[in-house]
Design a protein around this ligand. Structure first.
Ligand SMILES: [Ca+2]
Ligand SMILES: [Ca+2]
Ligand SMILES: [Ca+2]
Ligand SMILES: [Ca+2]
Length: 479
């Protein structure tokens, strides 16, 4: 109870109102809906997060709330911590250059391409028929060469279609190299306004947008430049999705590590970041609707290390994924604001969820084309597991494009390379899907063990990650 009161005191501001948003764990299982209904009747803004967790938000009068929070019905209260995409180190550096940002803003001001908001939520196309043929940009994907993808595909062409949830800023599901591999909810009839499979989401055919609460988890809401100025990384989720499962051998663009895996698009991060509650909803949606692999290129910007309970709600969601047999692939993080990586084992602010101790997590560091650890990449001999390509990575980007750098073509300005542990993580997620498709009866423990034991040891990762090596799917497929 002391803990609870400490949290509450920290959240009380001014004239006895709670700030922002709280997550509350209830003592009685399955009492969440009942409690939320009662709170709504009392004029509070409340939503169900899981069977035992609820979110309460807005400026809350203590008189309506305090007795309940201190009652035996409540076992834990915590802030609804914010989470973000792992910040691109090059973008962070650029934003630090105020003079250059101001200059760019002036140059962009008169250009409608970069000031006009992109049209959000385009219609979801049906999957086209597959036109076989070499992927023309495959030879430019250094990351696929580095992980030995071509030989892996020869060893074991993908059989079953493993579903990978990309839990991120959304996905451009209209992209020519992604549309084929978007997951299609087999139990949901599109566009009839009915929740056919009764999973709580109406017409959720390719995933869900937890931020805007709609069935179109489209990436890039707003112009590239607006998003950049707001501190976010435009098109992050689409880039991640491509390295998991851009369609292989379709005569278009690139290939993901798992050329036939299915991408479940779960959007929960916007230009201002996302919340723990939406992360939990996305994680639970993923495993409840058939995803075996969860690709997570996001995290907190450091939980309070003196808080021993921490983000219990998020930890319980990762546990839920483990109980359902899913692997949770997580970016190790991109260091501090100066773009320098740190040791997740010893730093006072490790990166969550990657640093949680759940066994179903594979935490991923970033390496470059020369096998060096990215200067920004976090590591950890105990808490980070493997390295994968994460510097200047070529992938799909919003608007049918393929990029290894974020560019403003009209003024010929390269904003930043596509760098980050965010870019490394989808390679491992794709590897898990590829291996699982060839070995459908293996458990998550066996898939994780195969990925880590087949890693190729390299000097840059010796003593830095548990496997001491980098991802290699050719070796993996021999296991
Ligand atoms: Ca549904
Ligand atoms: Ca429907
Ligand atoms: Ca949307
Ligand atoms: Ca392709």
């Amino acid at each position: 109870m002391i803990k609870l009161l400490t949290v509450l005191c920290a959240l009380i501001i001014g004239q006895g109102v709670y700030a922002d948003s709280l997550l509350i764990k209830l003592a009685a299982p399955s009492s969440a809906q009942h409690t939320v209904n009662a709170m709504k009747l009392a004029g509070l803004k409340a939503t169900v997060v899981s069977s035992t967790w609820i979110e309460v938000s807005g400026k809350l009068p203590i008189s309506k709330f305090k007795g309940f929070l201190e009652s035996s019905a409540v076992v834990h209260v915590q802030p609804n911590y914010k989470v973000y995409t792992m910040e691109n180190p090059a973008l962070a550096k650029l934003r630090g250059n105020k003079a250059l940002m101001a200059e760019l803003a002036v140059k962009m001001a008169g250009n409608p391409i970069y000031t006009m908001a992109a049209s959000d939520n385009p219609a979801i196309p049906t999957a086209p028929s597959l036109a076989a043929g070499m992927d023309p940009l495959l030879s430019q994907q250094w990351s696929m060469t580095d992980v030995g993808a071509a030989n892996a595909w020869k060893i074991a062409p993908m059989l079953s279609e493993v579903v990978v949830a990309v839990i991120d800023t959304g996905v451009d599901y209209t992209h020519e190299d992604l549309v084929q591999n978007m997951w299609r909810n087999p139990r949901e009839i599109p566009n009839n306004g009915i929740d056919d499979d009764r999973n709580g989401y109406v017409d959720d055919v390719i995933g869900w947008d937890f931020l805007d609460k709609d069935n179109k988890p489209y990436d890039l809401k707003g112009s590239i430049f607006e998003i950049l100025l707001s501190g976010a990384n435009p098109g992050h989720g689409t880039h991640c999705a491509g390295n998991v499962a851009a369609t292989g051998n379709n005569s278009k663009g690139i290939s993901g590590v798992a050329p036939k895996a299915k991408i479940m698009a779960l959007r929960f991060i916007g230009n201002q970041g996302g919340s723990t509650s939406d992360a939990i909803l996305a994680i639970r949606y993923a495993v409840d609707n058939g995803a075996k692999v969860l690709s997570n290129s996001w995290g907190s910007r450091g939980e309070d290390p003196s808080d021993t309970v921490g983000n219990l709600a998020l930890r319980e969601a990762v546990q839920y994924a483990m109980d359902k047999g899913a692997l949770f692939i997580a970016a190790a993080g991109n260091g501090n604001e100066m773009g320098m990586g740190y040791d997740n084992d010893t730093d006072s602010k490790p990166s969550y969820p990657a640093s949680y101790t759940h066994e179903n997590i594979i935490s991923v560091a970033a390496i470059d084309v020369n096998g060096k650890l990215g200067t920004f990449s976090n590591w950890g001999p105990q808490s980070v597991d493997i390295g994968a390509p994460g510097v200047k990575v070529l992938s799909t980007t919003v608007g049918g494009k393929y990029e290894d750098s974020l560019k403003i073509p009209i003024i010929n300005f390269t904003i930043a390379g596509w760098d980050g542990t965010s870019m490394a993580t989808p390679h491992v997620a794709g590897a898990a899907a590829l291996y699982w498709s060839a070995n459908p009866h293996k458990t998550w423990q066996e898939v994780k063990a195969a990925i880590l034991s087949s890693a190729i040891p390299i000097p840059a990762l010796t003593g830095k990650v548990t496997s001491h090596g980098k991802l290699n799917v050719e070796e993996l497929m021999k296991r």
